[in-house]
Design a protein around this ligand. Structure first.
Ligand code: ADP
Ligand code: ZN
Ligand code: MG
Length: 498
């Protein structure tokens, strides 16, 4: 998620405030759909998981899946929302072929949660939520011979997704740059992962985002006309589409032209947004209470029990800042909950082992994770679950104290870090612990100096590099009998006295 700063935006921001509000849909990974017993799964076989309820057949009745309520409460509480004891479902009426009931069961005036916010540590600001509620997803239309229902020759319908539980999150228009929008969406995604409510895969559509954007002259009190960018399916796309749209709106305003309220799409090929439809007469969805479902009454105790009480990704982020980790290091850890757990366990042990430490144990652990361990994990040479916390902590301490022979460490790393390896034995048997034998080092150094007169001459003539060569030659024989530093000092000493 590395994104470069855009200089042109800084210019625009001198004259205008960038105003962005995001609308996000997250598909819950419950076992069943929201109102029926159909499996909630991602499958390539069309219309496999359907029944009279999610097909909207006459006479069928919805029943609330309590697991979806649990997931919702967990997620909304992690977003600092006020979970409501009393709420209800409403019908949102409109016609579209992928919605067989001709209404969507959603929540209108009494959603299950109110308020809420997400703190953005990098931007150092709160993004407040305008609303958050639970609703059902629609099916999927596949248009053939055109881009939409009107133009297509054929439209295929797949109802596997119809009735899948969705959480809709709408922010206030308080996001002020593409970077902030990306940070918000990224942390929202992590929150869904850490609360284990969804797999939040943008490419598979379990995390979907629409972005609303407008520009406001600095001295204006009211917001400008907004444009909505639809169907954003990656962070890069969100960033690029916003940058493009800001520049497009800026150029129009500069020419004294009006911004048309419209919905735009993103064209990956040309890296531009294009108009999909302009301001439709505002929809009248004729919301009314869903008559086939009782209102939801959930006791304070149940809400309390279901609320997320662990550390959120943002809590972790803030505590890692106190550990002096950089933004990049923090995101590296947070990106996988498993890796983040492992990090916290290893840090604890390292601090136990080295209680009077004068090194930043957090940094050292991250360093080991980002270099040695990341290689093993990225290459799928080992799973996080198969790693030994104790062994990793031990290696990090040895590395910090320069007590481990790093020359051949790479070849042994996988054995060293995996569960079941008796680390002390392994280090011993493979000569990996450095035990200094100064007399031996002096002998070897003497020999190396004798055998390499050219390097000695080079060094004397000021070629600093020659010293590394000599150290290398000596280490070949010294192996685990001295730290490279010790060898360097002895060589320097000898050379000075030549
Ligand atoms: P609509 O009725 O068109 O759906 P909403 O008021 O529900 O509009 O807002 C939808 C989203 O658009 C919200 O995320 C909100 O923060 C954002 N938004 C509203 N007005 C503006 C604006 N002028 N500029 C940018 N974003 C806006
Ligand atoms: Zn069903
Ligand atoms: Mg709206």
């Amino acid at each position: 998620m590395k994104i470069k700063e855009d200089n042109k935006l800084h210019e625009i921001q001198k004259e205008y405030d960038i105003i962005i509000g995001l609308e996000v849909h997250i598909e819950l990974s419950t076992e069943k759909k929201l109102f029926c017993n159909c499996k909630n799964e991602f499958t390539l076989e069309p219309n496999k998981n359907v029944c009279p309820v999610c097909l909207g057949l006459p006479g069928s009745l919805p029943v609330i899946n309590f697991q979806a309520i649990e997931y919702f409460i967990r997620f909304a509480s992690a977003l600092n929302c006020e979970i409501q004891n009393h709420s209800k479902f409403d019908r949102k009426n409109y016609f579209y072929p992928d919605m067989p009931k001709n209404y969507q069961i959603s929540q209108y005036d009494l959603p299950l949660a109110l308020k809420g916010y997400l703190f953005l540590p990098k931007a150092n600001k709160y993004v407040y939520l305008r609303r958050i509620h639970l609703e059902e997803d629609t099916g999927k239309s596949i248009h053939i011979g055109g881009d939409n229902l009107r133009e297509a020759h054929w439209t295929l319908l797949n109802y596997n997704r119809a009735g899948v539980p969705l959480i809709e999150i709408v922010t206030e228009p308080v996001i002020n740059s593409p970077e902030e929008a990306v940070e918000f969406l990224y942390l929202l995604r992590l929150t869904a992962l850490y609360t284990k409510i969804s797999d939040v895969k943008m490419e598979e559509g379990s995390l979907r985002c629409d972005a609303n954007i407008s520009l406001k002259p600095k001295d204006f009190q009211t917001l400008g006309t907004k444009v909505e960018i639809k169907n954003i399916n990656s962070f890069r796309f969100l960033y690029r589409a916003l940058v493009y749209e800001i520049e497009r709106q800026y150029n129009l305003l500069k020419q004294g032209k009006e911004i048309i309220q419209e919905t735009r799409g993103w064209d990956e090929k040309t890296q531009t947004t294009y108009s999909m439809r302009s301001k439709e007469e505002s929809h009248d969805y004729r919301y009314f209470p869903e008559p086939d479902l009782l209102p939801l009454n959930i006791s304070k105790d149940i809400i309390n029990n279901l609320s997320f009480k662990n550390q959120t990704p943002i809590d972790f982020y803030i505590s890692y800042l106190k550990h002096n980790l950089t933004h990049e290091e923090i995101l590296f850890l947070l990106d996988s909950q498993e890796l983040n757990d492992l990090y916290n366990q290893v840090v604890n042990l390292v601090q136990n082992y080295a209680f009077n430490n004068n090194f930043n144990s957090y940094k050292e652990v991250v360093k080991f994770f980002k270099t040695d361990l990341a290689y093993l994990l990225n290459e799928n040479l080992i799973n996080i679950a198969d790693l030994s916390i104790k062994n990793i902590a031990k290696i990090i301490i040895l590395l910090v104290n320069k007590e481990i022979n790093t020359v051949n460490l790479k070849d042994h790393l996988i054995n060293l870090v995996k569960k079941g390896t008796d680390i002390d034995n392994y280090l011993e048997n493979n000569n990996l612990i450095i035990r200094e034998d100064i007399n031996l080092v002096k002998e070897i150094v003497d020999k190396v100096i004798r055998d390499n007169p050219q390097a000695v001459k080079d060094y004397k003539e000021g070629k600093e590099k020659a010293i590394s060569f000599l150290i290398g030659q000596a280490m070949k024989e010294i192996k685990s009998k001295a730290k490279p530093e010790t060898v360097k000092n002895i060589i320097l000493n000898k050379l000075a006295n030549l």
